[in-house]
Design a protein around this ligand. Sequence first.
Ligand code: NDP
Length: 395
Amino acid sequence: MSKVLIVGAGGVGGVVAHKCAMNPEIFTEILLASRTVSRCEKIQAEIRELHGREIKVAALDAMDVPATVKLLKEYQPALLINVALPYQDLVLMDACLEAGVPYLDTANYEPPDEAKFEYSWQWAYQDRFKEAGLMALLGSGFDPGVTNVYCAYAQQELFDEIHTVDILDCNGGDHGHAFATNFNPEINIREITQKGKYWEKGEWVEIEPMSQSMMFDFPGVGPRKAYLLYHEELESLCQNIKGLERIRFWMTFGDEYITHLRVLQNVGMTGIEPIEFQGQQIVPIQFLKALLPDPSSLAENYTGKTSIGCLIEGVKDGKPKKVFIYNICDHAECYKEVRAQAVSYTTGVPAVTGAIMMLTGQWKGAGVFNMEQFDAKPFLAEVSKQGLPFEVREL
Ligand code: NDP
């Protein structure tokens, strides 16, 4: 019997609410709270129609810690699932500590006024969660999230030594728009326009944004050009995968996307500093977000597949070994099941799986944890059951 509070009713929040509703034996009561309550109500109506279940909804500005604490104390959930934006991570962790509620999220904290994400801010909560006897699970999406668990699985089951990891993320789908982002545009564009960075032999190597690329043949999609980006899971995996020599992250982008992004950058539309416009302060990237399609609205006509995985090289029984561990997910199938596109689905399903690990006690502990710190096997069994099966291809 577990009550759960989901914060954030965007693309990912919708998937999390649907999937919790589809697992009534674990999530006995669901409250979806977000800044704009009408978005919660839309998801509530879809869940009623598709799964015949009632969920509760509430208006909440997560930046208001006393309001969140009040809601947590009144509702008394067994877990708070944060699928609002990375800006809300720390305030929601504060509220969880004050109300004595475990915490889970899918993306690490990012300060609004600086396009920079790293775990230091959230790892700094380690002692407070430990002392409170509460668990916080960080980055339970696909990447970070499932990719961390693929690495843990490789370390546990497939290799004696892991030397290199390349995380490869491909969206081979088509949404029919000239330019749109698959998750929150502001967070997405901030991630892509910052410098690329990877870890090699104990050092971070920085490169100019989108300046390194490679072709990779993605199962289910085909050959695509992937660009080296900095991604948060590198920061924890380089500490938790023993003997690692290099880890990098790559994401595919079509030429059309890159051209649009370059123009937007060149004219200053991706800037995060406020500018004065007709007597008002506006942040260019926030204005751009208002113009772009809402990521959840892309779902209905999305076709094609995502293909995301970890290319891992190392040694097993004295012999060199190379594997690609991956999942393929179909946009149209996701829409049929939970009215979402595959990028939201591949984030929301692992969030619900992480929640199941915590609520059933299969993953437990007091403190702040990254995904690869737990046993990979029960998570992979559950995430497969929930809609994201995986394959291991020997290369
Ligand atoms: P959306 O922009 O679609 O949704 C975010 C939701 O959070 C919106 O409903 C928004 O409300 C709500 N929100 C924003 N601020 C607040 C606030 N102060 N209080 C309460 N609610 C708030 O984003 P996505 O659903 O695409 O992404 C959700 C999260 O998932 C992000 O953190 C993103 O980085 C992460 N993510 C992780 C991935 C992974 O693989 N690990 C991949 C993709 C995304 P409103 O409707 O009022 O704007």
